[in-house]
Design a protein around this ligand. Structure first.
Ligand SMILES: Nc1ncnc2c1ncn2[C@@H]1O[C@H](COP(=O)(O)OP(=O)(O)O)[C@@H](O)[C@H]1O
Ligand SMILES: [Mg+2]
Length: 364
């Protein structure tokens, strides 16, 4: 099974890799939810937005949370920097109980956590540079230091040429870049993204996600991202959790969850993102002879000329019924639904499995 384990680049070991020695100093933030839950009081009644939740987000990973509108995503992410007060349970960041912090502790915590929003939340009366400078002014940073830092940040997000413009003069993508620069100003270790690309067109979404990926790689920032789009998860996240009506219903590496979704809600997100109508596809199967299998190739296997070779060796004819070859973050994958006719079908299937391809029989 693929785990979110990435070696090199001076990163700490993540889940599934060599565990750090006990009592080793931790220099990166780990976010740990322990039975954390949240209800809102509405008209004198408690409405549960988030059921007791156990979840660990590892330092340095891009962690995605996907769910439909009202699933509890914003509640969950806002509990991390305590923009929402939990109803019960604990939240630990790097072992520190965030739920127990006083006002001063909270101020220190929030400097370690940046946040970006769907509608950017920029100050319309301030220029781009001045928006980015704002958190540094609040932190009492000296002017010269602020100016140098703002230049550096505008360079990071590619907005050097727009420093003196006002938000109203910018495109959506540029506004979100300002949001990102502002969120990074105080050198946080964690970046929270609440539907950060949901107001953007697909092309702009792709460029903002690319920027988030770069920030994660180059600054080693932990990113927690919530979205209702599986494609956002697929492009940038290492692991994902699926929220359904306040319940965490599935969690795992994106390569696992995306390619082999278990929960009906997850399946729906995946088939929506692939624009495959499972019902229609299965209807089409009726007109097709032979055994029908779904083959999933991951990593370098994706580019092996395996289908042709196995067909030749076993005398099996194949017909591709549907398929997609793409990437999950940096990992290439292919997922093909094929019918196998004639020849030694059993040997063909064994050949795929022996080559490390995941094979699922859809019809015998
Ligand atoms: N301040 C609030 N007061 C009362 N109910 C709320 C409040 N914020 C959110 N909710 C409710 O909690 C549930 C989860 O909301 P939210 O976390 O915003 O979901 P999402 O971000 O996934 O759309 C919804 O049913 C929503 O109506
Ligand atoms: Mg929301």
């Amino acid at each position: 099974m693929i785990r979110s384990c990435r070696a090199g680049q001076g990163r700490p070991a993540l889940v599934g890799c060599t565990p750090p020695p006990v009592d080793a100093p931790v220099d990166r933030e780990v976010i740990e939810f322990q039975r954390l839950h949240k209800s809102y009081a509405v008209g004198g009644r408690a409405i549960a937005a988030l059921q007791p939740l156990d979840l660990t987000i590892e330092a340095g990973e891009v962690f995605g949370i996907i769910g439909h509108s009202g699933a509890g995503k914003s509640t969950l992410i806002r509990l991390i920097n305590r923009l929402e007060e939990p109803t019960g349970g604990r939240l630990l960041i790097n072992g520190e109980d965030v739920t127990a912090l006083d006002a001063e502790g909270l101020r220190v915590l929030r400097r370690k956590i940046g946040m970006i929003f769907q509608h950017f939340n920029l100050l319309s009366s301030r220029t781009v540079a001045s928006n980015v400078a704002f958190p540094l002014e609040l932190a009492g940073t000296p002017r010269a230091e602020i100016d140098a830092r703002v230049n550096e940040l505008l360079h990071t997000v590619g907005l050097e040429a727009h420093a003196n413009k006002y938000p109203a003069q910018l495109s959506g993508g540029q506004k979100q870049r300002v949001g990102i620069a502002r969120a990074l100003a105080t050198r946080p270790q964690i970046l929270l993204c609440d539907e950060a690309t949901s107001a953007l067109d697909p092309q702009t979404t792709a460029s903002v996600l690319k920027l988030l990926g770069k920030i994660n790689r180059e600054l080693g920032l932990t990113i927690v991202l919530i979205t209702h789009e599986m494609d956002v998860i697929r492009r940038v996240c290492d692991r994902v959790a699926v929220l359904d009506a306040g319940h965490l219903v599935e969690t795992g590496p994106v390569t696992e969850v995306f390619l082999h979704p278990q929960h009906p809600t997850t399946r729906r997100f995946v088939s929506e993102s692939e624009q495959v109508d499972e019902g229609e596809l299965h209807k089409d199967f009726e007109a097709v002879a032979g055994r029908i299998v779904r083959l999933t190739f991951l990593g370098a296997d994706t580019y092996e000329p395996l289908l042709g070779r196995i067909a030749r060796e076993t005398g099996v004819d194949y017909n591709i019924l549907s398929g997609r070859i793409d990437r999950i973050k940096d990992t290439p994958y292919g997922q093909l639904t094929v019918s196998l006719v004639g020849g030694d079908v059993q040997a063909a299937q064994a050949g795929f499995v022996a080559a490390g391809v995941h094979l699922e029989e859809l019809r015998r």
